[in-house]
Design a protein around this ligand. Structure first.
Ligand SMILES: C[S@@+](CC[C@H](N)C(=O)[O-])C[C@H]1O[C@@H](n2cnc3c(N)ncnc32)[C@H](O)[C@@H]1O
Length: 284
């Protein structure tokens, strides 16, 4: 029984990092004309209203996109807030927040393809309604990790895979590590992005160790915390692991993280919360 609904969390600090990186990687994929397949294993509802009871119950978007959307920014953060404005009638209003499928759909070209899986029946329906009938975008109510393995290697021989579970069950971490190893074995040249939360530091580090133990080359870790570790119950930070990232991403994120940290960590007492950009395993 799935209880997680992303509508309570859309646009929070974790989405800011995840979607900024997703935007960057999609742009990078588009530099080559050759078609690719975008695979979103845990797609969510696709689009979120920020005036909904769910979004306002937690107010999480106010600690993420709400801190950025209407201020002057430069570089990647300016590109990200411009992207969010596209979904808000090109205004500074913040009524809608795009999920990963909407962001990907924005960048996919006519000859690209997407496979979106979402298991929750309500979010699957919202996602299907949002995407509509599109020949090149498959929306499936299936287990995303199983479907990923069944899909690889893609016929295009180019793919971007986003693995973004809610980690409701502790075994999800082991399942993600196992699936990633199997996926890379089937299709070693794909770009993979795996999201993870920082809730209990020990759990996060054992997940990262499990990923390193797979022996997958060229893994990059990006992590941003908005509160010190284990300060309280709940998520204090989040991160992304990338396999085969764009060669320029590491340097780009080293430039971006200090600014993102400064803009998202408003509480002076939490300024010591860490961020990192770490090469976890060497390139092939
Ligand atoms: C963090 S949300 C996804 C957010 C989305 N990727 C985004 O960035 O906008 C995780 C989603 O995974 C769904 N989910 C949970 N287990 C799943 C599974 N085994 N296969 C596919 N979807 C699953 C949940 O219902 C939830 O909507």
């Amino acid at each position: 029984m799935l209880s997680y609904r992303h509508s309570f969390h859309a646009g929070n600090f974790a989405d800011v990092l995840k979607h900024t990186v997703l935007m960057y990687v999609l742009n990078y994929m588009n530099r080559k004309d050759k078609p690719y397949c975008y695979i979103d294993t845990h797609a969510g509802a696709g689009m979120y209203r920020l005036d909904s009871p769910e979004a306002n119950k937690t107010g999480e978007f106010m600690t993420g996109i709400g801190l950025l959307h209407d201020i002057p920014l430069q570089g990647l953060l300016a590109d990200y807030t411009a992207l969010i404005r596209v979904f808000n009638n090109n205004s500074n209003q913040l009524n809608n927040y795009p999920g990963s499928p909407a962001i990907a759909q924005h960048y996919l070209r006519d000859h690209d393809r997407a496979q979106l899986t979402e298991l929750h029946s309500s979010d699957f329906k919202l996602l299907s309604d949002y995407i509509g009938r599109q020949r090149a975008i498959g929306v499936l109510q299936k287990d995303g990790l199983e479907h990923l393995i069944a899909t690889l290697p893609p016929r295009e021989k180019r793919a971007l895979v986003l693995i973004d579970p809610s980690y409701e069950i502790k075994t999800d971490y082991a399942q993600v590590a196992k699936t990633l190893a199997a996926a890379v074995q089937r299709f070693s040249t794909g770009t993979y992005m795996i999201w993870y939360p920082v809730i209990k530091r020990a759990d996060t580090e054992s997940f990262i160790s499990a990923l390193v133990k797979t022996g997958i080359p060229d893994m990059l870790r990006l992590e941003l915390c908005v509160k010190p570790d284990d300060l309280e119950r709940g998520m204090t930070g989040s991160g992304m692991i990338l396999v085969n990232p764009p060669y320029s991403l590491k340097q780009e994120m080293e430039g971006l993280m200090p600014e993102l940290h400064q803009r998202l960590v408003k509480d002076a007492e939490h300024r010591a919360a860490p961020w990192q950009v770490t090469q976890l395993s060497a390139e092939k």
